[in-house]
Ligand binder design. Structure first.
Ligand code: SF4
Length: 444
């Protein structure tokens, strides 16, 4: 995946211009460099700290169609032989890591099959892959296995197999319930497939089902959005995730904008998208749900956990497997090669396929964990004092004061709370917490 950020923090209001405003990591990707790859070997040679949780991420880069808004590394033209080769390479890559000192004997706390479309793989491929991962690192202590799925790729048989693999959190990329909107945004599935797949999944009894929606797809309207929220509520998912549509530079939408000489994307402006997310959250809250982050609302915060996200945000290790995968081991950020042929070639030669890395220092790790935590709506200063020896209320006093003065947050010695107005635009508000030389970076 390549991710682009604007040359400056995004605007507070107004039109949706090209750029990726979503903050998913820190420091920004553009600071990750091939020159830092040797730092990974040093980490892998050492034993890991005893109590550091680890998770496994496996990227499946295949999709039936490329959505016009997609900015991930995906392939829509690969045949069975290439897919088989890729899965084998991923398993071999896992083996290269699993035998190193840093990972030997460790048991993952969470596993994530992301994409692309993991459900694009056959049942046999999924079973072989999962068994291989379990053989290399015991799943005895796994608390959550997440699996992303595109509804049109799911049959009852495949869902049965996915559940039998140990998947506990099924994440369905629905995005919208209107077939015309799905169509003009390049999405492969239609609403009938959503309801069919969801029904199967509920009957099978996945412990947690998440559904994704996107606020502000091309031609989205007020009325249609309300209908989408209503239909989402009828499904009663355990978790609803809503993304606000953005238009990174490597999307089909941006290419069309360029061809037509347009600066503004043909989607709703930011205030409208925030209002739509707020509407959805309010409707779900009225039905008893609880907001659990800037993007998610769940049946019950206490029990509807997202172990992968919380592990990642809290500084857990994440072993990245597959083309373009992102991970984090022993304080080193890692991204794999984004070209599938180059990735497979390297792994088949017994080499790692890392494209770039970044060795974080303690201050960068503090900033990373602090800003990611703010996306969840609250942060405890005592936690950072204990873990990093830093008083975040003092270190970030100007940034926090600005958020408070704008009505986005409130602060007590015990907790920093981000209000709904702040959560709805949290990514925009996080840039001032970056170190000065990271603030105006453009991600490539
Ligand atoms: S299904 Fe997801 S990963 Fe695949 S093209 Fe669409 S947005 Fe991208």
């Amino acid at each position: 995946m390549t991710t682009d950020l604007p040359a400056a923090p995004p605007p507070a209001d107004d039109a949706t211009e090209a750029g990726n405003y979503f903050v998913s990591n820190y420091p920004p990707f553009s600071f990750w460099q091939p020159e830092q790859i040797p730092a990974i070997a040093q980490v892998l040679d050492q034993p890991a700290p005893a109590d550091l949780p680890v998770g496994v991420y496996f990227h499946i880069p295949f999709c039936r169609k490329r959505c016009h808004f997609c900015y991930f590394r995906v392939y829509t033209d690969k045949g069975p032989d290439e897919i088989r080769r890729y899965v084998r390479a991923g398993m071999k890559e896992f083996g290269l890591y699993a035998k190193r000192n840093y990972l030997q004997g460790r048991k993952p706390k969470f596993v994530y099959f992301g994409g692309g479309t993991p459900s694009y793989l056959s049942v046999l491929q999924l079973e072989e892959l999962t068994q291989h991962l379990k053989d290399g690192m015991s799943w005895d202590e796994v608390e959550e296995v997440t699996f992303e799925a595109e509804p049109g790729t799911l049959t009852e048989k495949k869902l049965d197999a996915i559940r039998a693999m140990g998947v506990t959190r099924l994440s369905l990329g629905i995005e919208n319930f209107d077939d015309h909107i799905l169509d003009i945004n390049g999405r492969a599935h239609r609403s009938a497939e959503v309801f069919r797949a969801y029904g199967y999944a509920r009957n099978i009894g996945f412990p947690q089902i998440n559904i994704d929606l996107i606020a502000g797809m091309i031609e989205e309207t007020e009325d249609n959005w309300k209908r989408c929220v209503e239909k989402a509520l009828e499904l009663q998912p355990d978790c609803l995730t809503i993304y606000q549509m953005e238009v990174p530079y490597n999307t089909g939408i941006y290419k069309t904008m360029q061809a037509e000489g347009k600066l503004v994307a043909p989607v709703a402006n930011w205030p409208t998208k925030r209002r739509w997310v707020d509407y959805a959250f309010s409707q779900f809250e009225a039905a008893g749900y609880e907001v659990s982050s800037a993007y998610t609302i769940v049946k019950k915060k206490e029990t509807t956990k997202f172990v992968y996200r919380d592990g990642l945000f809290g500084g857990a290790d994440l072993l990245p497997l597959g083309v373009a995968s992102f991970g984090h081991l022993g304080g080193i950020h890692i991204q794999n090669n984004a070209d599938i042929a180059a990735y497979c070639d390297a792994i088949e030669k017994g080499e790692h396929a890392v494209f770039r890395a970044y060795a974080t220092d303690p201050e960068e790790r503090l900033i990373r964990e602090f800003i990611l935590q703010l996306k969840l709506g609250s942060a405890s200063p005592a936690h950072y004092q204990k873990k990093f020896g830093v008083n975040v209320l003092e270190k970030f006093a100007p940034q926090l004061a600005s958020m408070v003065s704008e009505g986005f947050a409130s602060i007590s010695p015990e907790v920093i709370t981000i209000h709904r107005a702040g959560l709805l635009q949290i990514d925009r508000l996080l840039h001032p917490f970056f170190l000065p030389h990271h603030r105006f970076a453009r991600y490539t």
